[in-house]
Write a protein that binds this ligand. Structure first.
Ligand code: MN
Length: 339
């Protein structure tokens, strides 16, 4: 994740205090819209299908999701939007087309789309928008005003706050668009989103980026939850000869100190930022592409960094009579020393 995003999220959480993290700032509908926008921006159809399912079950209408996924094209291009709408259409067919359709947009406003788009943009941002870039390339200024803030934002079957919520989720899912993301966070706040809600949108976008799109996140790892602090998710991949699983950790989640007896373990880091530590040694920071060889009989733990989702594939090195021994938790005191 970008340092910018990280510091922004941490700054907001520090400002709000620790309790804010335990509460959901967004409603279930808003969470699903943010997740759907983020997955659509990333082109992750599997994750998108899950978010759409959760949203439809929570009461988001089909037409509300269509608006969000059409708006995707303004920020991520037609291919991402077309693929996302295809996923929604297929999901609706699977669900028997029984979900609530919801309202369609009302008639277009009076005047040209450039006129009402300019007015919409001014209202959204709180002041008229101009700048040297728009003098340099007037066509992009016209398209932003007439098309994005005119044609799209005039469609009034979802409100502007929802459109901005989706936009923040999309931009937070793209690389190197910090300027636009920062701009839309300001616009979102101008349209009623709270700092806490913005922090949760950014956290959702971070989460969607940490998911292993090849193998899937799997289900919550309840079987081993007693040996973990925080939530983890387990996707068993194979048990034939070699046990291999995809493990996803939420931010701050880590497993207890433990030992793999007889056979060791190999970790292949897939996404996010995390840690590996052997007893009596400094913790090692982990990034995608890192490979960790954990010898048998070595006491250790592994897990996510405090501000990032983290995914690794865990390979159990086969050995006669291999077993795992679970030991004490990694205390907050030890863990909080890590960056
Ligand atoms: Mn281990």
């Amino acid at each position: 994740m970008h340092k910018f995003l990280t510091s922004l999220i941490m700054g907001i959480f520090l400002f709000l205090g620790g309790n804010a993290m335990a509460n959901n700032a967004l409603t279930a509908k808003q969470q699903a819209i943010a997740a759907a926008a983020s997955y659509a921006a990333r082109g992750n159809q599997q994750g998108l299908k899950q978010a759409l399912t959760e949203g439809l079950d929570a009461g988001v209408t089909v037409n509300e999701f269509k608006e969000i996924l059409v708006q995707v094209y303004a920020y991520c291009g037609f291919p991402r939007s077309l693929n996302a709408l295809t996923t929604l259409m297929q999901l609706e067919n699977e669900r028997g087309n029984k979900d609530e359709q919801g309202a369609l947009p009302g008639p277009k406003p009076e005047g040209s789309s450039l006129e009402y788009g300019t007015a919409n943009q001014t209202k959204l941002v709180g002041a008229p928008v101009s700048g040297s870039l728009y003098d340099f390339a007037p066509a992009i200024d016209e398209y932003l005003k007439a098309h994005l803030f005119g044609d799209i934002f005039a469609r009034n079957n979802i409100d502007w706050q929802t459109r901005e919520l989706a936009t923040i989720a999309m931009l937070a899912s793209l690389d190197n668009v910090d300027s636009q993301l920062n701009g839309h966070i300001q616009i979102g706040k101008h349209n009623g989103l709270t700092d806490e809600q913005v922090a949760e949108i950014l956290s959702i976008a971070d989460r969607t980026g940490a998911e292993n799109v090849l193998f899937g996140k799997g289900t919550e790892n309840t079987a081993y939850a007693q040996y973990f602090i925080g939530k983890s998710y387990l996707q068993p991949l194979t048990g034939e000869g070699v046990g291999i699983s995809n493990v996803t950790f939420e931010p701050k989640c880590r497993n207890n100190w433990h030992i793999h007896h007889k056979g060791g373990q190999i970790l292949l880091v897939v996404s996010g930022r995390g840690w590996y530590q052997e007893w009596g040694k400094p913790a090692q920071e982990l990034h995608p592409g890192d490979v960790v060889n954990i010898p048998a009989e070595v006491k250790h733990w592994h897990g996510a960094a405090k501000d990032s989702w983290f995914t690794h594939i865990a390979v159990a090195v086969p050995a006669e009579g291999a077993s795992n021994e679970w030991l004490e938790a990694v205390t907050d005191e030890e863990y909080n020393k890590l960056k």
